[in-house]
Design a protein around this ligand. Structure first.
Ligand code: HAM
Length: 419
């Protein structure tokens, strides 16, 4: 039997309802705050991701699904959505009428990482991106949106981690100091970090290997290198979060795995997912629109991992099981024909209707209605047809009422209106 590709998964009925609920809640919240939906494609030119996420990141170096199409152009299954949203913002000049735009997008992403709990090769994100404002209030607002959404979804025990990565003025000075520090600590870094030290030294800060952690304990701190503008920007983010009564942790190691960030970065972390502890991550990326050929417009955003969110949400999957309102149990050829008409009409009127077409006995049909958790059963037998009426049974109270055949749909509709 052909199986799933490793790291990919099916989201099955039962689970899908929870996902739909998560997506619906997110859409509702975004709409409350003026975000508009945007749907970029899943395939883009490889260069878009290489230039935005960064050549020396793990994602671009080793995790992208890249292949050449028939015209030998290199294309990639998107590993994230921000680059595509920025491309779209520039390509369609979405800034022309008003540079301040707020977008959200929901969909699958692809990264060829080593699969484990909470880490898949196709996973889903809810993304939010805000263009056109440098204000630290935007950063605080994005964190507020995340915290609000997680509370609406009953997600327990999350913690907002924040940091500032500075800007192109102050970060190079920090990088220099970090490289100096790292060159005196060669022997104890892992092989990945030895490579990173040359190409992307900031990433050494968030390495989880214990020996690297030990080395980094004495490393210089980015906070001491922030220029006055970055420093006051970060202070304002913190102050705004305090005003909104959102608890946060300042996390000097939070450098994130994508190179486009400037100033604020943040993650929502949880203790429930083991090593994959980030349910959402984001930050400011003031230079990206310009770097991809657009005007000099600042931006910030976040992405939530839906797979991880669904795993930790306190909502019970069973809460979303949709049981039928009515099960139509018909016996005999003529009754089945008439009952089929009624079942179609009931469904058309918005009543969740099920019918069994396998010609079971009444006992078999009642068993099936019970298994499906139907609230009521419409019993249509030859005898009832001859009498000109059918029976409606309430499965909870066992109460049975007789309905004249001429007004079956109408009577059931009235009943559900009353409920
Ligand atoms: P990211 O931190 O790479 O950021 O991903 C955001 C979230 O996606 C993570 O916190 C995690 O929940 C989920 N995620 C990432 N990789 C996987 C995986 N392999 N399996 C399951 N879930 C995963 C970004 O993607 C940025 N584009 C966020 C952003 C938007 N920054 C600014 N705007």
């Amino acid at each position: 039997m052909i199986q799933l590709i490793r790291g990919f998964k099916d989201i099955l009925p039962g689970e899908v309802e929870l996902w739909q609920h998560i997506e619906k809640t997110a859409r509702g919240l975004f709409e409350n705050f003026g975000f508009r939906e945007i749907r970029p494609p899943i395939l883009e030119y490889t260069e878009l991701f290489a230039r935005s996420i960064g050549q020396d990141t793990d994602i671009v170096e080793k995790e992208m699904y890249t292949f050449s199409d028939r015209k030998e152009e290199l294309i990639t299954l998107r590993p994230e959505a921000t680059a595509s949203v920025v491309r779209s913002y520039i390509q369609h000049k979405l800034y022309a009428k008003d540079p301040v735009r707020k977008f959200y997008t929901i969909g699958p992403m692809f990264r060829r990482e080593r699969p484990q709990k909470g880490r898949y090769r196709q996973f889903y994100q809810i993304n939010a991106e805000v263009f056109g404002s440098e204000s630290p209030l935007v950063d605080a607002h994005l964190i507020f949106l995340l915290v609000t959404l997680f509370s609406r979804l009953s997600v327990p025990d999350t913690e907002a981690h924040i940091n500032s990565l500075g800007c192109p003025i102050c970060r190079p000075k920090f990088k220099e100091a970090l490289v100096d520090y790292l060159s005196s600590a060669t022997g104890t870094l892992c092989s990945d970090c030895l490579r990173r030290r040359e190409r992307n030294p900031l990433r050494v800060l968030d390495c989880k290997v214990p020996s690297c952690r030990e080395v980094m304990a004495g490393a210089p701190s980015l906070a001491d290198f922030l220029c006055p503008e970055c420093s006051s920007h970060f202070s304002m983010v913190k102050e705004s979060l305090e005003r909104l009564q959102i608890p946060f942790v300042i996390d000097k190691r939070l450098v994130r795995g994508l190179d486009y960030y400037t100033r604020t970065t943040f993650e929502i972390q949880t203790t429930f997912l083991g090593a994959q502890n980030a349910v959402a991550g984001g930050g400011r990326y003031d230079g990206l629109v310009k770097a991809l050929g657009g005007p000099d417009i600042p931006a910030a955003g976040f992405a939530i991992g839906i797979d991880r969110l669904a795993e930790i949400s306190g909502l019970n999957k069973n809460d979303f099981e949709a049981n039928p309102d009515i099960f139509v149990a018909a016996m005999g050829e003529e009754s089945t024909k008439k009952a089929f008409e009624w079942s179609c009409a009931l469904g058309r009127e918005g009543i969740r209707t099920e019918m069994d077409f396998s010609g079971k006995s009444l006992k078999g049909l009642m068993k099936r209605a019970d298994k499906l958790g139907a609230a009521r059963v419409l019993i249509v037998g030859e005898k009832e047809m001859q009498d000109g009426s059918v029976i409606l049974r309430n499965m909870a109270t066992k109460e049975q009422t007789s309905i004249p055949m001429a007004r079956v749909v109408q009577a059931i509709q009235e009943l559900f209106k009353k409920d």
